[in-house]
Design a protein around this ligand. Structure first.
Ligand code: SF4
Ligand code: SF4
Length: 194
């Protein structure tokens, strides 16, 4: 053992260094916040609770049942049931098992009609696995809940038009996707309740 180490041990130098650091931190600006009373700003591109987007004019889900999201999902956690009617495909059920999702947002990027979104809502932890399996009705409800708290007049998700991919390679519907008018969506919800 070196002499310096012996002196440090006798005079408890390391303990005093630690106490000094604690004292310094007591008077420095806190890096933590008092959640849930305080909340951090959520940044653009946050990937939270899944939702199916409602068409702001018809009030129905925008999903056309093309199956691209199921194909691209690396976790294989999207299940779609669809039926072919005379002139179009009808999505009878759409299920996402959020407990298996890795929040890669590939499904949102791949959707040609911008029908899917990972909202900014992150407070949906649960004690049961069942409540993390969202069916079509729940996914549309997630969207309604999300837009009812959205503080702006319009909503546009960053992943609907994925950066880094040449827009000429996007489907036309993706290129022409406009921000969703939130007030119109809320009006539709009210009309449905009446
Ligand atoms: S975010 Fe990724 S893992 Fe989750 S459902 Fe979409 S594609 Fe699948
Ligand atoms: S990619 Fe979009 S339109 Fe196609 S099935 Fe998935 S959510 Fe529906």
């Amino acid at each position: 053992m070196r002499v310096r180490d012996i002196i440090d041990k006798i005079f408890l130098i390391e303990i005093f260094k630690g106490l000094l650091l604690t004292l310094k931190m007591l008077f420095s600006k806190s890096v933590t916040i008092q959640y849930p009373f305080e909340r951090r700003k959520i940044h653009d591109g946050f990937r939270g609770k899944h939702a199916l987007v409602r068409d702001p004019f018809t009030g129905d889900g925008k999903c056309i049942g093309c199956m691209r999201c199921t194909t691209v999902c690396p976790s294989r956690c999207i299940y779609i049931k669809r039926e072919k009617t005379e002139n179009r495909m009808v999505v009878t059920d759409y299920v996402i098992d959020a407990s298996r999702c890795i929040f890669c947002a590939y499904c949102v990027e791949a959707c040609p009609v911008c029908a899917l979104v990972l909202t900014e809502d992150f407070e949906y932890s649960s004690y049961t696995r069942k409540s993390l399996i969202f069916d079509k009705e729940q996914l549309l409800k997630n969207w309604d809940e999300f837009v009812s708290k959205w503080p702006h007049d319009f909503y546009f998700n960053k992943f609907w038009q994925p950066p880094g991919i040449d827009p000429s390679r996007w489907p036309k519907t993706k290129r022409e996707q406009k921000p969703i008018p939130i007030k119109r969506v809320i009006e539709i919800e009210k009309e449905k309740d009446e």
